[in-house]
Design a protein around this ligand. Structure first.
Ligand code: NAG
Ligand code: NAG
Ligand code: NAG
Ligand code: NAG
Length: 960
């Protein structure tokens, strides 16, 4: 790591000098350029020794060394150029400032700050080493003025970020004093143009940047179960017991009066219903009424946050907390927005709307915290605020710090906080004795007992047993409630379990013995139910089930379709059984209701038995994609039965509680399931098959139609599943995809036009498509866009083989020369995915296409007509055009070290070059860029980004 340390130090010095090249003062600048030249040699040595080290060490830190090395290579290339330009003899070369532009230096500095942080995280994770981070963050977002004229006075006024190492006492390599990155480097080159936007627009803008996708997810996921059991809290005439009465009065008082401690703390174990209670309180109208009492004449704002340890970063961090709370509160009080974000407001109000749209705000925590306290301060005399924050223990931040923050917040006279957490020592210590609080398990004893009694009495056999043995029943119930210690979920699963093999002759005491032997904590119970109680074969079955669920989550996330992230019973039913592989080649045939019922029933049985109640069914509450019941000519009586069968088939399989999900996600648990996986089982392949079977076995009467949109969402999922297929020993993929194409083609109400094909509808807007050249082999093009490398190669091989036979028969079909070729589709998302369902362009796909020239895959220089602009184009020129655009739009990073970044697309460029792509190609001018030759595009990219891969391509072209 010594080498990494030296590399970072030398790089920081270089960065500082490169920055100084933009000095206005001629004399100073000249001196800097000389210094820069001198430091080159030192840095070169450092990079070489790094190279040496990176290949020698093989522990977890290698990743950092490798990243440093990548940055090092990039710098070497840039140094080569700079050396030429400083040397007087080479003064035809560019000036230093053109190589180390302000943008480049800024990107360099950001990359270094990132690397230094990583380095510190490895060597001194607990020390606070980055001083003045606030300077960095506040600077990053608030630079309305042009920085081109920095006088010496200003220079002294601003502090640089200093990275200090306190690790010297531990014999770690330490950073010398000189490791300093000037904060002015970051975002220094922003220009500003005064222009006024409407206040509403700016408010909306700020609210938009605060919002994040999962903001209300957790809120929606909080279990609604047992909610009715909470109704006693606000109902005047239900007496539960002394503890419950205390809680009821205490809570009421806390909500409506001023002189209580402003923090109310709810503590309970996981699964004891904290989130449910929190949500109940937060949403209950009586809560609001009581708070209005507290607020008097002022308005009351409330906001809630449910933190979630296994959710996204924003769902478990203070940053997410601030964003969500401010979003909720400011949405209700727009007039406080400018005062909450004074600097940001000033900055964006002088921006053009285009600049604003391009502005990518990375909120950081300090900045948000500052804004939040500004908000609280400015709201002081205008309103009262009550915040409901669930799950303090689930925040990833240091809990002590979090507690400090909440306590400080509670000093403001207009704030009340209702907090909840698990009974963890630090949190307990902080809140237990300072203000009102409630231990959930103390007030839910009655509810739990009632619930357990109800569950037990539902079973006829057990009810009779209980009736005969009053004392035994009391003891049993006490045992259950004690062991559950407040956790509803535990009782549910435990009662399921003990009822499984109860028998009248065994009596109540047998049940109690069983309860006494159950693990008292949830994880232990899950372990027993899933592993200890099942044979290996049964566990393997459970594993398959789970992997299907997870595969769908992966795919739904990739295509950004949350409505599809849980599988329906019907989807699972057609994915579970291996035998169904043999039922995919038949005709499309409407299935009988009894078939659907039988399949769904056995799927649900399997779920219940293998998961012992850890998975549950969720009815279609809100139909995201309604399946319209057509041909409604079946009359009344049967209708009910059918509807319930449909409901069963459409209901979704979900985890009963998030602790189940968290437990299953745990590495050790997951590995054990992984080990039991049958080798031939591939969940993605099964889900592709499931879609083909669903097409072949429709529940509704068969209808030929042209409503593309009814198929498309499922096609997207099936195609994406295909891309993830890992194990396909029976070679099913190609067959299944062709069945998919064939089946939808059969269902498609085709026109006589020979080019009419369902898959063509996936390309571009109707008005564009209408005027564009026809799409040739639309399904193959679609498969190319979805990155189905194996499938496309196999199809091409088949075409090539077929042609060899055709040549003998002298009957080659004609080709549409104008159609966009596969190679172009394969390189559409070269540098960025933005908001698409398709993956980034893949070098493997491109290689396979280039290796299989064919009439329908005519190579890089084949001329066709561009789909949108109608100008003549080749796949090669199009690729260059895409790159030039990505460059112009700033979609390519400087100092990129990501293997799926420059490294990936440069490989694609190289594949084209070695496949005889036309060296003399020219990209025509468009409304943004002038005409440019292929050689110039490559040179520009190589010179701008200085990536070794690009450098090699440039040399290769030079030698051609
Ligand atoms: C922008 O607004 C300020 C005051 O809010 C006003 O003085 C200025 O003239 C406005 N500028 C333009 C270009 O409208
Ligand atoms: C499912 O099948 C089992 C056994 O065949 C039967 O007892 C049960 O009633 C069925 N369930 C449904 C919902 O039809
Ligand atoms: C898709 O189906 C259509 C219609 O049956 C057929 O013409 C076409 O060749 C199929 N495409 C592929 C790639 O199999
Ligand atoms: C995902 O979908 C949501 C809503 O459909 C949309 O607002 C969001 O921008 C999408 N995100 C991406 C990365 O595509």
């Amino acid at each position: 790591m010594d080498a990494v340390c030296r590399f970072l130090t030398a790089s920081a010095a270089l960065c500082q000098m490169a920055w100084a090249v933009h000095e206005r003062d001629e004399e100073r600048r000249f001196k800097q350029e000389a210094d820069l030249a001198n430091s080159f040699i030192g840095l070169r040595h450092t990079i070489h020794s790094l190279q040496h080290t990176a290949s020698a060490i093989a522990d977890e830190d290698t990743a950092l060394a490798q990243t440093c090395l990548k940055v090092g290579h990039n710098i070497l290339i840039r140094l080569d150029r700079s050396e030429k330009s400083v040397h007087p003899i080479h003064d035809q070369g560019s000036r230093l400032g053109d190589i180390w532009t302000q943008d480049v230096v800024e990107a360099f500095a950001l990359r270094l700050v990132d690397l230094i942080r990583q380095y510190q995280a490895i060597y001194s994770p607990s020390d606070v080493l980055i001083r003045d981070e606030r300077v960095l963050s506040s600077f990053r977002h608030n630079v309305p003025q042009v920085q081109q004229s920095i006088t010496n006075k200003e220079r002294q006024g601003r502090q640089p970020i200093q990275f200090e190492s306190q690790s010297s006492m531990r014999n770690m390599p330490s950073f010398p004093e000189s490791l300093v990155i000037d904060v002015r480097i970051l975002k220094s080159s922003r220009a500003s143009r005064p222009l006024n936007a409407s206040v509403d627009l700016l408010n909306e803008f700020i609210l938009d940047t605060l919002a994040f996708k999962e903001m209300f997810d957790r809120d929606a996921n909080v279990a609604k179960a047992h909610v009715e059991t909470l109704d006693w809290i606000f109902s005047e005439n239900s007496y539960q017991g002394p503890t419950e009465e205390d809680f009821r009065h205490g809570l009421s008082a806390w909500l409506q009066v001023n002189d209580c401690n402003p923090i109310y703390w709810i503590v309970g174990k996981p699964g004891s219903g904290k989130s449910t209670l929190m949500k109940y309180l937060y949403e209950h109208p009586v809560t609001y009424d009581r708070l209005k009492h507290w607020a008097g004449t002022l308005p009351v704002l409330t906001a809630g946050f449910y933190s979630w340890a296994s959710g996204s970063k924003e769902q478990r961090s203070k940053r997410g907390l601030f964003r969500s709370l401010m979003y909720q509160l400011l949405s209700l009080s727009h007039d406080l927005i400018p005062g909450t974000f004074p600097k940001l407001w000033a900055k964006i109000s002088t921006m053009t709307s285009k600049e604003r749209i391009a502005l990518h705000l990375e909120w950081d925590e300090d900045e948000l915290q500052e804004a939040f306290s500004l908000f609280i301060k400015s709201s002081l005399s205008k309103m009262k605020i009550c915040l409901f924050i669930d799950g303090l223990d689930e925040f990833e931040e240091d809990h002590q710090e979090l507690i400090g923050f909440f306590k400080e917040l509670a000093f403001h006279s207009n704030v009340k906080l209702c907090l909840s957490s698990r009974p963890w020592a630090t949190i307990e210590k902080a809140f237990q004795n300072i203000g009102p609080n409630v231990k959930l398990q103390e007030i839910t004893k009655n509810d739990l007992c009632q619930y357990a009694t109800g569950r037990l009495r539902d079973n006829v056999v057990v009810r009779r047993c209980l009736g005969r043995d009053k004392l035994g029943t009391d003891a049993l119930l006490r045992a259950i409630v004690d062991r559950a210690s407040g956790v509803f979920l535990w009782i549910k699963l435990a009662v399921d379990d003990i009822l499984k093999d109860s028998a009248p002759e065994k009596g109540v005491s047998y049940l109690k013995d069983t309860v006494d032997q159950l693990p008292a904590d949830l994880d232990g119970l899950y372990e027993k139910l899933l592993f200890q109680d099942q044979t290996d074969i049964q566990i393997a079955r459970a594993a398959s089930f789970l992997f299907l669920i997870e595969s769908r989550e992966t795919v739904a996330e990739f295509v950004n379709d949350t409505s599809a992230s849980a599988l329906t019973v019907w989807e699972l039913a057609l994915a579970l059984e291996e035998e169904d592989d043999y039922h995919t080649d038949g005709d499309v045939l409407q299935v009988s209701d009894s078939f659907v019922l039988e399949r769904c029933n056995s799927t649900v049985e399997c779920m219940k038995q293998r998961f012992a109640g850890l998975l549950s069914l969720q009815g279609e509450q809100k139909q995201d994609r309604p399946r319209i019941l057509k041909f409604n000519d079946n009359k009344d009586n049967i209708e009910d039965g059918i509807t319930s069968i449909r409901q069963l088939a459409d209901s979704k399989v979900t985890f009963i509680h998030r602790t189940v999900r968290d437990w299953l996600r745990d590495d050790s648990v997951h590995k054990r399931l992984e080990q039991r996986r049958e080798a031939s089982f591939d969940p993605h392949l099964r889900l592709l098959r499931s879609y083909v079977l669903r097409l072949k076995k429709p529940m509704d009467e068969i209808e030929h139609h042209r409503r593309f949109d009814e198929w498309w969402p499922d096609v997207i999922l099936a195609m994406t599943h295909s891309r993830y297929i890992n194990s396909d020993p029976k070679k099913m993929q190609r067959y299944l995809l062709n069945q998919l194409n064939k089946t939808i083609s059969w269902l498609w109400d085709a026109k006589t036009d020979p080019y009419d094909h369902w898959a063509a509808k996936a390309f571009g807007f109707f008005h564009v498509r209408k005027k564009a050249p026809p799409i040739w082999h639309p399904f193959l093009c679609l498969a190319t866009k979805f990155g189905l490398t194996t499938y496309v190669s196999e199809e091409l091989d088949a075409c090539i083989l077929q042609d060899t036979n055709r040549v003998l028969e002298k009957e080659m079909p004609t080709v549409d020369e104008k159609a966009t070729p596969l190679l172009t589709y394969a390189t559409e998302f070269l540098c960025s995915r933005q908001q698409t369902i398709y993956p980034l362009s893949d070098p493997h796909m491109v290689r396979n296409l280039l290796e299989r020239p064919h009439r329908i895959n005519p190579g890089p220089n084949h001329e066709y007509t561009d789909f949108e602009t109608k100008i003549p184009m080749t796949s090669w020129v199009n690729l260059l055009r895409v790159l030039r655009e990505a460059h112009r739009r700033g979609m390519i990073d400087y100092f990129d070290t990501d293997t799926s970044g420059i490294e990936r697309w440069a490989q694609i460029v190289r594949l084209f070059v070695v496949s005889d792509a036309n060296v003399n190609a020219v990209v025509e001018a468009d409304s943004w860029d002038p005409e440019i030759s292929m050689v110039d595009v490559i040179e520009m990219l190589a010179d701008t980004y200085c990536h070794p891969e690009l450098e090699q391509i440039k040399l290769m072209i030079g030698n051609m």
